[in-house]
Ligand binder design. Structure first.
Ligand code: IVH
Length: 673
């Protein structure tokens, strides 16, 4: 390989980064993954360090973001909004700590640790407690005035509460879109033939950049503060970041529920490991952890270099977006007969796992992405969400790409596919006569949130279906020990365990059973609402489409699916068979009757240690309580674990009883007797 000319290489990298930066910040349409951007920025920084004469003030290493859009007013930040240097491994973090300690001439430093939210940096000002200004970071010196849009975000207080509020308070933080809201938004966009967002960060950026704030209001955005900017009129300054954050929180400004202060860099690394383990379940994207020297006096002594402070660093997580190549497209038939195209990918490590498949949803999505076999794509995997293809990198398209052709008949049973008017999805309507649907229906039936039959995985179901040992889920309950032992990779012991799990599953709840039946569009929540409303199956059989719509969340479409299901004699026979085989649940009298917590509304918030959130909520429901996700005047009690934030505060301000996990356990024990 020929030796690169550093000057040319620096110019090339800068040009690339400037272009990507404009695509990312200005257009919300990135053409490369974040990690490729980071790698290129790092390569440029290394070159500039090796050849300092090539460094220039307009290099992307010295400046992030793009200039503000013309349509919004400009806001000059009273103090520049800085960015952060990155640490990519434990060694980088130790180096950071060494530099900090050397500069401060101390042996130990206290650090504040916080998740690095992947959203949009904003500055928000409250004057005499009233929100008066909100601005984007822009180029760090000048941002855009997005006050009207930020006012629409519910977690941002329009007026501060509490005591000793400064006359002028600027908080800095991140506006982000939680994953659930992002998924729901994209699902709607896909359904309506609109363009979904590539990731929650872009969704937040796009939503904030709306000139019409009524559009922003409809977007599920949140805010979390991570620092203070310019402050005036405080009797006593803040001694540290941790104290400053606590004060912001007291004034009603949301801060991270996961923040922690520690006294060594080793504890920082430990925090990083801990958070990386719960990252998936957080409900919002984070791309790393930020460590800040906690003492403000020490921060001041350390100062900053160009765009980043010397007192803070971001330790990055493995990327949740990567690029890879589409090797082919296959078609899978799901439980409801929907035919879903799935991209087979060159395996790529993304979001902590190796991904080799990604759903393409439907034919419209393939068309919208403009995807062809052989294309390079950006794959995104975050949380429990199935890997998605976020975008095609058209610039990397080779000459030899192939069009994706949708099958004319069911890939599993060869029957004709149908597409209902207004639907994007093609379906096989052979029901469980189609082996793929049969398999998927059984997989759903045994799944953890349905009948919870442990040890009955895909491989076992495949064999049972392929060998014609099972036609519907009812046949699970008549499988003999000999049949199970005869399956591949099934020993005596696992067969016995599986039989016990099948037996145990017979004792269930009505809502789990309704969910397990796999009725179209009937998820766990609807199943629970149906069970609570009707108490038993008989009234469900008799309910009309209109009556079914009296149940919360059941609209005309779902009511139609329910009606068709429960009036179908084949389905009724199947249910009767389950019951005759011993599937049962507590009788309606006990479910509807006066349970200890009947009529009460509970909220669970913060982290629980002994129980999972699901278990705590299930326990409360089994005692008759309704479990809600928000606190209101009607809330009976709040269970708050460590890290509880705004819900706890609201409960306290409304004087609603608050208990901790230990108290909940004691109450549950007492009530369950
Ligand atoms: S501190 C001077 N703390 O990351 C320090 N930033 O890559 C300025 N970010 O511009 C930032 N979570 O938008 C800080 N807990 C956190 C953060 C955080 C997310 C963002 C912020 C910043 C960018 C730098």
């Amino acid at each position: 390989m020929s030796k690169l000319d550093p000057e040319h290489e620096v110019a090339r990298l800068r040009k690339l980064l400037q272009q990507w930066s404009a695509e990312y910040y200005r257009d919300d349409a990135p053409t490369v993954s974040d990690s490729e951007f980071d790698r290129t920025l790092l390569a440029l920084r290394n070159l500039e360090q090796a050849f300092p004469h090539l460094l220039s003030a307009d290099s992307p290493t010295q400046r992030v973001g793009a200039a503000p859009l013309a349509e919004f007013d400009s806001v000059v930040h009273r103090l520049p909004m800085l960015s952060l240097d990155n640490a990519f491994n434990a060694e980088d973090l130790l180096d950071f700590d060494r530099r900090v300690r050397e500069r401060l001439a101390v042996s130990k430093v206290g650090y504040a640790c916080e998740p690095k939210l992947d959203g949009i940096a904003v500055s928000i000002v409250w004057e005499n407690g009233e929100l008066t200004l909100a601005a984007t970071r822009g180029d760090g010196r000048t941002g855009e005035n997005i006050t009207q849009n930020v006012r629409t975000i519910e977690s941002v207080p329009l007026r501060l509460s509490g005591e000793h509020i400064p006359t002028y308070l600027e908080a800095r933080g991140e506006i982000f879109m939680p994953r659930a809201g992002f998924e729901a938004f994209n699902a709607r966009a896909r359904r309506d033939g609109e363009k979904p967002f590539v990731n929650p960060r872009n969704a937040a950026a796009g939503s904030l950049r709306q000139l019409d704030s009524s559009i922003t209001r409809r977007r599920p955005l949140s805010f979390c503060a991570y620092g203070v900017g310019y402050v005036e009129g405080m009797t006593e300054g803040f001694p540290s970041h941790t104290v400053a954050m606590a004060r912001l929180s007291q004034w009603g400004i949301p801060i991270s529920a996961h923040a922690r202060s520690v006294d060594s860099i080793q504890a920082c690394e430990h925090y990083y490991t801990e958070l990386s383990q719960v990252r998936e379940g957080l409900g919002f994207d984070i791309d790393g952890i930020v460590f800040k020297v906690d003492s403000f006096a020490e921060q001041e002594r350390l100062g900053f270099v160009s765009r980043a402070p010397r007192w803070a660093i971001a330790r990055k997580f493995p990327a949740q977006e990567e690029m890879t190549v589409v090797l082919g497209v296959e078609f899978q038939v799901g439980r409801t007969g929907a035919v879903t195209p799935v991209a087979r990918l060159e395996p790529v490590f993304v979001g902590g796992v190796t991904v080799s498949n990604a759903t393409l949803h439907n034919a419209d999505e393939i068309a919208r992405l403009g995807l062809k076999i052989g294309d390079t794509v950006i794959v995104r995997r975050a949380g429990d969400v199935i890997p998605q293809i976020a975008a095609v990198v058209v610039e990397r398209r080779p000459e030899t790409v192939e069009d994706v052709s949708f099958p004319g008949s069911c890939p599993a049973c060869d029957s004709v596919l149908v597409r209902e008017p207004g639907e994007a999805v093609w379906r096989c309507d052979m029901g469980i006569s189609c082996p793929a649907q049969r398999r998927a229906a059984i997989e759903h039936f045994v799944s953890r949130r349905a009948m919870d039959i442990d040890g009955c995985g895909e491989k076992i179901i495949d064999q049972l279906v392929d060998l014609n040992l099972i036609e519907t889920a009812t046949d699970l309950y008549t499988l003999s020990h000999d049949t199970l032992v005869g399956l591949e990779r099934m020993g005596e012991k696992s067969a016995r365990k599986l039989q016990a799990a099948i037996e145990d599953s017979k004792k269930t709840t009505l809502s789990r059973f309704i969910y397990a039946l796999g009725i179209r569009e009937v998820g766990e929540t609807t199943a629970r609402q149906l069970a609570e409303y009707y108490g038993s199956l008989e009234p469900l059989y008799a309910a009309t489409v209109e009556q079914l719509q009296e149940v919360e969340d059941v609209g005309p479409i779902v009511a139609g699916y329910l009606y068709r299901f429960f009036t179908d004699p084949v389905k009724q026979q199947m249910i009767d068979k389950f019951l005759s085989l011993g599937v049962h649940w507590p009788s309606p009298e006990i479910q509807l009757g006066d349970l200890p917590l009947s009529g009460q509304i509970w909220v669970v918030t913060g982290k629980l240690e002994q129980l999972s959130r699901d278990q705590a909520e299930a326990n409360l429901r089994s005692l008759g309580a309704k479990v809600s996700s928000s606190v209101s005047g009607k809330t009976s009690c709040v269970v708050a674990g460590p890290g509880a934030g705004s819900k706890l505060k609201k409960a306290q301000s409304l004087q609603i009883p608050v208990i901790n996990e230990a108290e909940l356990m004691t109450q549950l024990e007492g009530l369950q007797k």
